[in-house]
Write a protein that binds this ligand. Structure first.
Ligand SMILES: *Cc1c(COP(=O)(O)O)cnc(C)c1O
Length: 369
């Protein structure tokens, strides 16, 4: 099957092999006579799907034994409330604001934390840089510090997670890794909690992944809904309420696809990371070498997953997008708050897709140069 290349920021492309397997099992999962969407979440069939997905994700992301993996609902935006409901202890929380998503997160946290301290912000640079951790103004005794480790809209990414202990803070680090989860390894020694919606890099919308250190469970505010209390969710193996069974199943197929990936000696997320570096370099190099396209993000802060770029001649935007669609290069229009173009090149985007985009960009530039 020759599908177009889909550069959507999310919900985003899913590996064709995963979609094909889901399609072939749609009416009858493994001879059970039932599709996954029709099964009891407590039956042995779905439990085996759930347990395999949990184990595969733990392997893929090298999640240590003292972290719980929770499959929840509500997406990244709900986590903006669920995290402070569980972790703020109604005290002070620190935020580093580096773009649209962390901006939204800190606003929501104000409903639950008694104080939100903006430890650093890159707003002055229009969110094209990341403030160096050594400059962060951390508060004493903060309940946690929140960063968005990949800003999907602004196209910045932390290439190293901050070491809060080394900065003199005991606060657990919370990362919103929605848009680069499983694209690179995670240094769990620096993380207290990571959350992400599945629809960027793991599977369909409707599933939210939370990975949380055990000692952070059990401190939810009284007003926290039971279905969103991490301890309740963990104690019930994500089945306090009916979990998003279809999302867990498709994410599980994606985890198996990821585990099968190879680049030389590397496999799984390490293989993906190498491929993602190559994809991002190819596109950034093409942008930087051109007279027409420009990416404004500082070199050390550039995201490997979401690459916004502009045409210096914005009157050609519509022609660029129409030509791209004709070539089977879909959903390249930039976020409405930023404008221009954005290529999201998650795990499911092969190097050949980025090469096709780069070839088209060169041709489009030359046509009227
Ligand atoms: C997409 C995204 C979200 C929002 O997720 P929803 O599922 O729409 O709530 C949050 N954070 C980041 C970094 C995202 O990319």
């Amino acid at each position: 099957m020759n599908r177009p290349y889909n550069f959507s920021a999310g919900p985003a492309a899913i590996p064709a092999e995963v979609l094909q397997q889901a399609a072939s099992e749609m009416l009858d999962w493994h001879g059970s006579g039932m599709g996954v969407m029709e099964m009891s979440h407590r039956g042995k069939e779905f439990l085996s799907i759930y347990q395999q997905a949990e184990a595969d994700l733990r392997t893929l992301l090298a999640v240590p034994a003292n972290f719980k993996i929770l499959f929840m609902q509500g997406g990244g935006l709900a986590e903006n409330a669920i995290v402070p409901l569980n972790l703020s202890r109604a005290g002070t929380v620190d935020f580093v604001v580096t773009g649209s998503w962390s901006q939204k997160s800190q606003k929501e946290a104000r409903k639950y934390a008694s104080e939100v301290n903006i430890a650093a912000s890159s707003q002055d640079s229009d969110f094209t840089t990341l403030p160096a951790p050594a400059t962060w103004n951390l508060s004493r005794g903060a309940s946690y510090l929140h960063i968005c480790s990949n800003e999907t809209i602004n196209g910045t990414e932390f290439h190293e997670l901050p070491d809060l202990k080394a900065l003199g803070s005991d606060a657990p680090l919370v990362i919103d890794f929605s848009s680069h989860v499983a694209s690179r390894s995670v240094d769990w020694s620096r993380v207290g909690l990571a959350f992400g919606g599945a629809q960027k890099n793991l599977g369909p919308a409707g599933l939210t992944l939370v990975v949380v250190r055990e000692d952070l469970l059990g401190h939810a505010l009284p007003a926290c809904p039971s279905a969103f209390d991490y301890k309740t969710v963990a104690d019930n193996e994500s089945m306090y309420n009916t979990p998003p069974t279809w999302g867990i199943y498709v994410a599980g197929l994606t985890f198996q696809w990821l585990l099968r990936q190879r680049e030389g000696e590397l496999s799984g997320v390490a293989a993906m990371e190498q491929r993602n570096i190559a994809k991002a370099e190819l596109l950034y190099n093409a942008i930087d070498a051109s007279q027409l396209y420009v990416n404004k993000v500082a070199a050390n802060a550039r995201s490997r997953m979401n690459i916004p770029f502009f045409l210096r001649d914005e009157s050609r935007n519509e022609a660029f997008l129409a030509g791209a669609r004709e070539r089977g290069l879909l959903q390249l229009k930039g976020h409405k708050s930023v404008g221009g173009m954005r290529a999201s090149i998650y795990n499911a985007m092969p190097l050949a897709g980025v090469q096709a985009l780069v070839d088209y960009m060169r041709e489009f530039e030359q046509k009227r140069a």
